[in-house]
Design a protein around this ligand. Structure first.
Ligand code: NCD
Length: 312
């Protein structure tokens, strides 16, 4: 593995498989009464969140704590400094505190790259979501969840549906799933597909009903209205009718097909409540797996050589 995890494209197939197999070992911990390992004792992980997020921050926090690292949560939201200055000043502060890993979420695409390559910090940088760009640990936890249900992803068909334009989850998934041999189809209205999607390793479609009966995985994306200023689709009702997953559409899926969502869901918009709560939905499991996958990432970036169980 490289020193930083900024993009799903940083991961070779071997790297990605190493993260997934390490996560599988660590996942067994989630079912034990004592969930802690000494692997990162004495190491410091800083969660640097410039954007609102509960689930991702808590997930990284739980992951670091289960490996016995010290965790500092740095919520930089509301800072009035200009972005370049505030990022640099914050970075220097973190460096002075002796951070070994910085987990960063930022509203600007590219902020984690800036942090990693500026020379401001010596720590490993993990991208926990930057603007509409990437969210590599989400893609890893999604791939992990898929392999637990489907085995190898080679030749598996994954439909990623909805607001691809604003979704860092979609981009990271497209890249990682291609690395792992899956075939991805992005399904969205034309207004919610990004310019340049032709260069992604995916197919695209505007027709949800045509795609999902062949899919092994249907991943629904939240419509990110906070990043929109109108005009992307006629009405929420019309959006749900064409691109929402409801019980009627779910009935057209193959028996083994799973339904995923990175959260937070907007029930009734991209996914109906009965689908979200159905047996096919692995949405809650994605959250559990997220902790194991982030433990694996932190462990491989920081601990590395020793066996994961340790013997201290
Ligand atoms: C996603 C994100 O923030 O990119 N959520 C997450 O990390 N679990 C997707 C979203 O906000 O819809």
């Amino acid at each position: 593995m490289k020193r930083h995890l900024l993009s799903a494209a940083d991961l070779s197939r071997d790297d990605a498989e190493l993260v997934l197999s390490t996560a599988a070992e660590l996942r067994s911990l989630a079912d034990r009464p004592i969930k802690k390992l000494p692997a990162l004792r004495g190491r410091t992980v800083v969660n640097l969140f410039f954007e609102d997020s509960t689930r991702t921050r808590i997930s990284f926090e739980a992951a670091a704590k289960r490996l016995s690292a010290d965790v500092i949560n740095f919520s930089a939201k509301g800072s009035s400094l200009s972005k370049g200055e505030s990022l640099k000043d914050t970075a220097l502060t973190l460096e002075a505190m002796g951070a070994d890993a910085v987990v960063v979420r930022h509203g600007a695409s590219g902020a984690p790259h800036r942090l990693a390559h500026s020379g401001w910090v010596r720590s490993s940088v993990v991208n926990a979501g930057d603007g509409t760009h990437e969210h590599p640990t989400q893609a890893l936890l999604d791939a992990f969840t898929m392999t637990r249900h489907l085995g190898s992803l080679d030749g598996r068909r994954v439909a990623i549906v909805g607001d691809v334009l604003h979704s860092r989850v979609a981009r990271s998934n497209a890249l990682l799933l291609a690395t792992l041999g899956a075939e991805v189809t992005l399904v969205a209205p034309p207004t919610l597909l990004p310019v340049g999607v032709d260069s992604w390793p995916v197919e695209t479609s505007y027709d949800l009903d045509a795609v999902i009966p062949k899919a092994d995985v249907v991943m629904m994306l939240r419509v990110q209205r906070e990043r929109m200023n109108g005009g992307f689709f006629p009405t929420p009702r019309e959006y749900s009718r064409r691109y929402g997953l409801d019980g009627r559409r779910m009935a057209t899926l193959q028996d083994h097909t799973i339904v995923m969502h990175p959260g937070p869901m907007v029930r009734g918009m991209e996914i109906s409540a009965d689908v979200a709560d159905s047996d096919r939905s692995v949405i809650v499991e994605q959250v559990t797996n997220g902790v194991a996958v982030r433990m694996a990432v932190l462990y491989l970036l920081l601990g590395g050589a020793q066996p994961v169980g340790g013997d201290e």
